[in-house]
Design a protein around this ligand. Structure first.
Ligand code: GRG
Length: 310
């Protein structure tokens, strides 16, 4: 533990993040060349895939591969696949029939630029490409058994056990009143475990599978990432209410109309912050036993998420 904290002190997390994001961006750029046929869809795929984003999921995938002794290059296709699923989910989430958002990452949303039809096809194409990318990990020396296990994890995170279930619960929860606090908290946790934590969990688990991790290592990383997923959302909700007053006005207005449940609404800002800290401690606890140097990026990622400002 002493070694880990000494290594943490010397570790430059921002340089690590930038270096990983740079490699991921290059791989994503190469994964969707701007060419015929289906040029318009490719443009729309690149628009969301390459429009910024913190790249937390691919980083989690790469760092999980490395912590079990694998190489970054072996998990790069898998890391890109996870980011493609994330991009697809953002496009769908922003559609008029879902959240109806016009801005994402400070830019017009995909459907605002390309129209709804193209946007839906783009989301479909990103899911298909994600499966293809993950499957091609066999050409990077990963055994077919491990690739199959990783594909199953990804499918689980996307469908009725993951993102789709979370989104459905989110849609069904619109209009839930503040008075229904207890049911509200349960509903909220269900949404975030499925909508946010499932893909973060898959990112870590897939990285560990591809990296050659043992079943026990994979399960420890699963528990770590699940805590991270919930923590990610608690922090997101707190940031929403502590943002600039102009943004706060917009968010509060939307919450009021849609009856959107958030952690600060259910338990208050202070308790939400304490909850995020508790999840951070739990997440870090699941990392005990890993190599004290190789585990530092994952420890730092947990701290980054709990302290992030955007
Ligand atoms: C079948 C892929 C698929 C999706 C269908 C629409 C849907 C079901 C699910 C929506 C899932 C969703 C958008 C969850 C929100 C997750 C979240 C916390 C997004 C923000 O993540 P950040 O902060 O974003 O990592 P950046 O912009 O940094 O990439």
């Amino acid at each position: 533990r002493q070694l880990t904290s000494a290594a943490s002190r010397d570790f430059e997390f921002m340089s690590y993040m930038i270096s990983k994001a740079t490699s991921v961006n290059k791989a994503l750029d190469e994964a969707v060349p701007l060419c015929e046929p289906v040029l318009k869809i490719r443009k729309a795929m690149r628009y969301t895939l390459l429009s910024g984003g913190k790249r937390v999921r691919p980083m989690l995938c790469l760092a999980s591969c490395e912590v079990v002794g694998g190489q970054e290059s072996t998990a790069m296709s898998a890391a890109c696949a996870v980011e493609m699923i994330h991009a697809s989910s953002l496009i769908q989430d922003d559609l008029p029939c879902m959240d109806d958002d016009s801005l994402r990452r400070g830019k017009p949303t995909n459907h605002k630029v390309f129209g709804e039809g193209i946007s839906i096809l783009t989301a479909d194409a990103l899911i298909a490409l994600a499966v293809k990318k993950l499957a091609t990990s066999t050409s990077l020396g990963v055994s077919p058994e491990r690739v199959l296990q990783a594909v199953l994890e990804m499918a689980k995170a996307v469908g009725t056990e993951g993102l789709v279930a979370g989104q459905e619960a989110d849609l069904a929860g619109e209009g839930v009143s503040l008075e229904e606090d207890k049911a509200g908290l349960e509903h909220l946790e269900f949404i975030h475990i499925h909508k946010t934590a499932a893909l973060l969990e898959a990112a870590a688990v897939i990285g560990a599978i591809i990296g050659g991790g043992s079943d026990e290592e994979i399960e420890r990383l699963r528990r770590y990432a699940r805590c991270m997923g919930l923590m990610f959302q608690v922090v997101d909700d707190v940031l929403d209410v502590t943002k600039s007053s102009e943004e706060l006005g917009k968010t509060a207005g939307k919450d009021l109309v849609a009856g959107k449940l958030t952690y600060p609404r259910v338990m208050g800002v202070e308790k939400s912050r304490e909850y995020a800290e508790k999840l951070n401690r739990e997440a870090r606890g699941h990392l005990e036993g890993f190599d004290s140097i190789k585990v530092v990026p994952l420890m730092s990622l947990a701290d980054y998420i709990v302290n992030r400002q955007n």
